[in-house]
Write a protein of this length. Structure first.
Length: 347
């Protein structure tokens, strides 16, 4: 590089930066003078051709020039941005008295609201919460609950099995948590509820392949059917109101004996009969019964000394009854037109 070459580059580059009238022109000046094909990079590459005693000093001068140009470009960019903003503000009229654009605030999902209310009511009655894994062993999901491989109840619970993990499945109910809780507490008295997500191969207006249950279990000495009935009636009246019609009718479940189902007066027709209650005036809310001796033994309790009762209900069913929802699929479509109806209704 000839004598005075660095100073000449400096003068030319500063002039080009100063002539840039907008950010686009400034970017072009940056690329021209500091880009990989620009004169400063070319000068740095040509240092090897300079006299040996001049190379070090020339390199320092070129690096100082590059740093200076970077600083000038940054300052010029800030100045042009401020000038552009002032020009836009001078052309635009902003009415500062206009209200701002509101931002939507989220709220609990109706399923979570129903679950929270169920847990709250049952905790007031004296139950504590227990949880378990959603991937469960086949033994705890079926055999420990008195459902052997040839039992017809297996056909009622079409199951998702894990193909590469024999003996494991997605739990079809939260009942295995009851067995786990009993094994953890035996032989002490026990009162637990087990809320959680469960899986079955169902999909229609009243069923979903992924849904939620909450189950209750009480084990102790001298527990009888009268304790179960009193608990269920107190629970239903706290949840649905003190005047709701109730009835307890016989049923069958492999893990309880005797078994019963609790019905409430249909909230959609007031007990007159409609398509939702199939003309009966009542809607099934939950299944229940006295814990089967086989289940007690699996949980570590002596059935000759201990008895217990259990009950279970679907959280989706509760949400549908509580909020007047007639299609379970609405709970899973993420339609804001539907979900925003429930904002502000939680306790």
């Amino acid at each position: 590089m000839a004598e005075g070459g660095v100073e000449e580059l400096r003068q030319q580059s500063l002039l080009a930066i100063g002539d840039a009238g907008d950010l686009e022109g400034l970017q072009a000046a940056r690329t021209t003078w500091l880009g990989r094909k620009g004169p400063i990079v070319d000068a740095l590459r040509s240092i090897k051709d300079a006299p040996p005693d001049r190379r070090r000093e020339l390199g320092l001068e070129l690096n100082r020039l590059r740093d200076e140009l970077e600083a000038v470009l940054s300052e010029r960019e800030r100045t042009l941005a401020e000038e552009g903003l002032r020009r836009r503000l001078a052309l635009e009229t902003v009415d500062v008295t206009l209200p701002g654009r509101p931002r939507a605030i989220g709220g609990p999902h109706p399923l979570r609201m129903a679950e929270a209310e169920l847990v709250h009511v049952l905790r007031e009655i004296g139950f504590c919460v227990a949880e378990g894994p959603e991937v469960e062993t086949e033994h705890l999901n079926f055999e420990a609950l008195n459902i052997p491989p040839d039992h017809p109840a297996r056909e009622m619970q079409d199951t998702f099995y894990l193909r590469d993990l024999p003996g494991l499945l997605l739990r079809t109910h939260t009942s295995p948590v009851q067995v786990r809780a009993m094994r953890a507490h035996a032989p002490q008295p026990l009162r637990v509820i087990c809320p959680g997500r469960v899986y079955r191969r169902d999909d229609d207006v009243t069923h979903s392949p992924v849904f939620h249950q909450i189950e209750g279990l009480a084990v102790g000495e001298g527990i009888g059917m009268h304790h179960l009935k009193a608990t269920l009636y107190e629970f239903a009246r706290r949840l649905f109101g003190p005047d709701v019609p109730l009835r307890l009718r016989p049923s069958y479940f492999p893990f309880t004996e005797p078994s019963a189902e609790l019905d409430i007066g249909c909230p959609f027709c007031g007990g007159r009969g409609c398509r939702i209650c199939k003309g009966s005036g009542y809607i099934e809310v939950l299944g229940s019964g006295m814990v089967h001796p086989h289940v007690l033994r699996e949980g570590g309790y002596d059935p000759s000394r201990f008895t217990g009762f259990a009950f279970g209900l679907g959280i989706e069913r509760t949400a549908m009854l509580h909020y007047g929802i007639d299609d379970v699929r609405l709970l899973y479509t993420s339609d804001l037109r539907f979900l925003t109806q429930f904002q502000g209704t939680e306790a």
